[in-house]
Design a protein around this ligand. Structure first.
Ligand SMILES: [Zn+2]
Length: 430
C-alpha cells in the first residue's frame, strides 16, 4: 500500500486576518481508488446514495461516499456485509468509502431516554423534532421509535439499545464500533466519539470531550489488538499477506468552547491515527459559531494527515473552511434538497473569491410550462436532456425518476464546485 495521504500543493495565499492559508491540494490513496482533495463526500447512509446507481456515480465522478454504521448495524447487520466481502462489494459502489462510528446516532437515541440523566445530568434535552432529525429515521422507523423506547442501558462505556427492526440488543462501545466498522469494511473509519449537543454547559462539554479522548485510545488499542490477532491467525493458517486497508480518523470535540476545542485538537492530533476529523459541528449552532469552531483548531491541524469535517458542506461555507485546512466534507444537504425538489445552481465568482449556491424550488407553479433546461449553465446529463417543466411534472406526479434526476444534478454541481476549488488553490486564490 502506498502512502495514505500526500500533500501535492500548499497554497501561498496569506489572509490579512487569519495569516497563511492552510488550503492545500492532496491525494488520499485507498484500496478502492484515489481521492483528490479537497473533496466532497455525499452521504449514502444505508450503503446507497438514494436513487442513484453506482454507474451514475461514475458519470458524476463522485470520488468518495459516506455510510452510517448505526444504520448498517441495525439492518442488514454487519455479519452479512462481511460475508459479502465488505460494503463496497455488497453495494457495488466500488469507490472509496468512509464510515462513521455510530456515536452520533446512538447518543441522540440515548438522550431521548430519561435514564440517561444518570450520565448526562447537565444536558438540556433537545426537542423531539430535533432528535428525530438527528437520527435520520424513516417514517416507518419513527413510528417504531415512538412505540417502543429502544434504549436499554447507557454508561460511560457506551450505549445498549434494542433494534427497531427485530428487537435484538445492539451494543455500541469504542471496541464494538471498531469491530462493526472493520466488518463493514469502508476504507476510512471514524473513532467512537460523543457528539456534544448544542446548548450544553461547559462542564458537560469538558467531560464529554475527555470521554471522547479516552475512547480514542481504546479504539486505537482495539485496532492494534485485532492486528496482533490477525497476525497470529496468519502464522497459524500460513496466509501470505494480511490485508490492512482500513484507516482510522480521531475526532476533535469540545463543543462551542474555544479552550476545549484547542485542547481536543492538540490531543487528537498527537495520537497515532491516519487522519483527523472535526465533529460536533453543525448541530444547531449559528454559522458563525460553526466557523469559529473550525477556525480555533485550524493552527493545530496536522500537515501530514488528511482532515475531515463531519456533517458540513453548505456551499457558502466551503471556501472559508478549505482555507482553515479542511480536506474532505460530508453533508446530506445536496441529496436531501434534491429529494425535496430543490435544484442547486452554482455561481462561482473566482475574481471575487466567492462561490454562491442558488436554490431553485422546481415545484413552483412558474416552472410548469418552462421548457428551458433544468439549469442553463450546467453540462450534466440531466440539464442537457430535460426541461424545468419535465422535472416539475415528475415531482408533482411523484414519479421516481424525479429523485434520480435531481440528485444526479445536485451531486454533479458539488463535483464541479470542488474542481473549481482545487483550481483556485493551485492559483493561490484560497
Ligand atoms: Zn445539471
Amino acid at each position: 500500500m502506498k502512502k495514505f495521504f500526500k500533500v501535492l500543493y500548499q497554497s501561498k495565499k496569506t489572509h490579512l486576518s487569519a495569516g497563511r492559508s492552510k488550503a492545500r491540494l492532496g491525494e488520499i490513496k485507498t484500496a478502492h481508488g484515489v481521492i483528490k482533495t479537497p473533496a466532497f463526500v455525499p452521504v449514502g447512509t444505508k450503503g446507497t446514495i438514494k436513487s442513484l446507481t453506482p454507474s451514475f456515480l461514475k458519470e458524476i465522478k463522485t470520488q468518495v461516499a459516506f455510510v452510517n454504521t448505526y444504520h448498517l448495524v441495525t439492518h442488514p447487520g454487519v455479519e452479512i456485509i462481511k460475508k459479502a466481502g465488505g460494503i463496497n462489494k455488497y453495494s457495488g459502489l466500488n469507490i472509496p468509502l468512509m464510515s462513521d462510528s455510530g456515536g452520533f446516532q446512538v447518543f441522540s437515541l440515548a438522550r431521548k431516554n430519561k435514564g440517561s440523566r444518570l450520565v448526562f445530568s447537565s444536558i438540556s434535552p433537545p426537542s423531539q423534532r430535533l432528535q428525530k432529525q438527528a437520527l435520520s429515521l424513516s417514517q416507518e422507523e419513527n413510528v417504531l421509535f415512538e412505540k417502543q423506547p429502544a434504549l436499554v442501558k447507557i454508561s460511560d462505556d457506551g450505549v445498549k439499545f434494542r433494534s427497531t427492526f427485530d428487537g435484538s440488543i445492539i451494543e455500541f462501545t469504542p471496541e464494538k464500533s471498531m469491530e462493526y466498522q472493520r466488518k463493514i469494511g469502508a476504507d476510512i473509519n471514524m473513532a467512537f466519539d460523543e457528539c456534544i449537543p448544542y446548548g450544553v454547559n461547559y462542564q458537560y462539554a469538558k467531560e464529554a470531550t475527555e470521554r471522547t479522548h479516552r475512547w480514542l485510545k481504546r479504539c486505537i488499542k482495539e485496532i492494534q489488538n485485532s492486528k496482533i490477532k490477525s497476525q497470529n491467525d496468519k502464522s497459524k493458517f500460513k496466509i501470505l499477506k494480511i490485508k490492512n486497508n482500513q484507516f482510522l480518523y480521531g475526532i476533535i470535540q469540545g463543543g462551542v468552547f474555544e479552550d476545549l476545542r484547542k485542547k481536543s485538537a492538540e490531543f487528537v492530533v498527537s495520537q497515532p491515527t491516519d487522519g483527523v476529523a472535526i465533529g460536533g459541528v453543525s448541530v444547531g449552532e449559528s454559522k458563525k459559531e460553526m466557523r469559529d469552531q473550525v477556525r480555533w483548531v485550524s493552527p493545530y491541524l496536522p500537515e501530514d494527515k488528511p482532515v475531515h469535517l463531519l456533517g458540513v458542506g453548505q456551499i457558502d461555507d466551503i471556501l472559508d473552511l478549505v482555507g482553515y485546512g479542511i480536506d474532505t466534507f460530508d453533508c446530506v444537504e445536496p441529496t436531501r434538497l434534491a429529494r425535496m425538489g430543490t435544484i442547486i445552481k452554482l455561481k462561482v465568482k473566482s475574481e471575487k473569491l466567492k462561490v454562491e449556491g442558488e436554490k431553485v424550488d422546481i415545484l413552483k407553479g412558474v416552472y410548469r410550462a418552462d421548457l428551458s433546461p433544468v439549469n442553463e449553465d450546467c453540462s450534466c446529463f440531466v440539464c442537457q436532456n430535460f426541461s424545468k417543466s419535465y422535472l416539475h411534472h415528475l415531482f408533482k406526479t411523484k414519479e421516481l425518476l424525479a429523485y434520480t434526476l435531481a440528485t444526479y444534478h445536485n451531486l454533479w454541481v458539488m463535483e464541479k464546485l470542488f474542481e473549481e476549488i482545487r483550481e483556485m488553490i493551485g492559483k493561490d486564490l484560497i
